[in-house]
Design a protein around this ligand. Sequence first.
Ligand SMILES: *[C@@H]1O[C@H](CO)[C@@H](O)[C@H](O)[C@H]1NC(C)=O
Length: 270
Amino acid sequence: MDLQCFLCWRVALLLLVSPCGLQCMSVHVINKEPVHVIPGSDLVLKAHIEQGPLENISVLTWEREPETGADPKRVTLGTCLGRSIKCAGTRSNIHVNVAQKEATLEIKGYSDEDSGVYIVTVTDHKGVKTSAQCIVRIYEPVHHVSVSINVSHSSLVCGETWGTDPHFSWLHERIAITNTVGTVSNDGTTLIVTKSPFCGHFTCMVSNKLGYSSATYTAAPCETGGSGTAAVVVCLIFLLLFGGVLAFLLWRRRRHSNRGERLHEHLDAI
Ligand SMILES: *[C@@H]1O[C@H](CO)[C@@H](O)[C@H](O)[C@H]1NC(C)=O
């Protein structure tokens, strides 16, 4: 009787101490969703397993199903079994492992067909199943960069279609944007142009781990202020001089012919 009571107390204590009692095996994927994988590189997914003091893992499986589609088909990627937890992948490039509350799935040489929803399922010694999932997609290069103008707000908007983690930066005449040209929004997609006049070439560059792509908006050409006015002034002076010389020549010719006439009159009088 005493021994029984002691055991009772022990169980009660264990129930109090462990946050989830005796039966609440739980699992969650540690990776931040969605996971993006560069084709050819390795995918590593890690799941954390929380288990009660009297619980044991009897089976752990990793599966995958398509992210979209009416009838998603599940494919088993790897399984861990038994008290000593022996693991095996279903393909030679898949490695699974369980150690100390952590389950790992590794796929070497990831390809597009490996994308989908990954599901890790833990079955305890009583056959109760718990699972967690994580979306895995391919890491896409930057695609179709374009720049459009918002005339009413004198701003330029940079667009990109489906690259992963795009990073935006702006150039004016191939030089990084400074305060004299404009300000860039926090997400980098919009450039509010403060430069007046609004002129020259504005380039938006979008980059990620796989490279970059860019597009340029061409406004009216920038008149390099000083030399433009100087050219006009030189032209005016030249025109004035030319006009002056012409007027002088005409005046001289006229005077000469007048004199000739007067000479004729004089001679006639004699
Ligand atoms: C221009 O920008 C403003 C402010 O961001 C926005 O409200 C407006 O819809 C934009 N106009 C066009 C034509 O995109």
